[in-house]
Design a protein around this ligand. Sequence first.
Ligand code: FEO
Length: 394
Amino acid sequence: MNINEITGGVHYVGVNDRTTDLFEGLWIVPLGVSYNAYVVLGTERTALIDTVDAAHAAELEAKVQGVLRGRALDYIIVNHVEQDHSSALPHIHLCHPQAAIVGNAKTAAMLTGYYGLQEVTTVADGDTIDLGGKTLQFHLTPMLHWPETMMTRCVEDKVLFSGDAFGCFGALNGAVVDRDMNTGMYWNEMYRYYGSIVAKYGVPVKNALKKLEGVELDYICSTHGPVWHDELSRVVATYAALADWQAQPGVVIAYASMHGNVTLMAEHIASELASNGVKNVLLQDLNVSNLSYVLMNIGRFNGLVIGGNTYNTEIHPRVAQLLGTLKMDGIQHRTVGLFGNYTWSPGVTKKMAAALEGLKIDLLDPVEFKQAPATSDLEAASNLARELAARVLA
Ligand code: FEO
């Protein structure tokens, strides 16, 4: 059994990165991340779909050679120019100077800008390349999550090379296709990947799904994580739900405390939510949780509480980072409660609310308390929890 042959003539040649601490310099990847690339062998011609991070260029080239077995590489298809998929391209092109680099007009300009590559064969939406018994068709899917992103479909084999779409964090562990592995570890990593990187682009995700409606697919080959076959429908449904900001009943309490009173209030709200029947309650300390895990859970649950100290008369920096990210991502369909703590400078919850202005969310009346919480502050927080529970469980 060739574990890397996805279906006849379609081969996995990607690599695993188990050493990078921060993907994109931002997101921790304790389970690693894979950079997926594929070789398609037609009877007449061959194609490499995407490359990998430059640090793994030699490994990719060895795998490509292993699949080609002496045949020439005719095409290098670039579905996405972000460097985790393109920075090995100059090396691969040096190894296969006869191969035509294929992208769309936006791809071409980016490859010139990043690598000085001038000769790019450009394709438009719906164009095809015939490899001999295998037809590659190109589907432009802009802003998923860059302007040049496109997908390539191997028509006869019903294989979609989807770029980052349908991807997840988590390196591969031997097997490549979901049918050959237990995929359990990847589902949370899909929520985390989506929440960190794709969340802002729900509309382009929906546009891409619409474009692919009615196209019969047996395999989705993303640039990160497993190749989806047995669980293809689940992964498409998961991305569709995330793009719509659909969520299950539950509340994330994301807070940043300096000396304990904010933590005390967060714990109090959690207890009150549970008392009011909310079974999914997640407390996340913004001082120690990587933001990606907070975003992962915000993607899953329909309620959110954000709390923090006033810091130098402003919003606590960790809270400000979360609020800014939620604004950037355009979070929708969430009921949100805010609480703030101050010693001498009131008004932080007003600033927090202003940071979320314009979003399609239901913002509850905030709770703001001075120094240690008084009984009346705890009662106000209980009321907030009761209201929030009623809304998320409705
Ligand atoms: Fe995996 Fe947008 O790069």
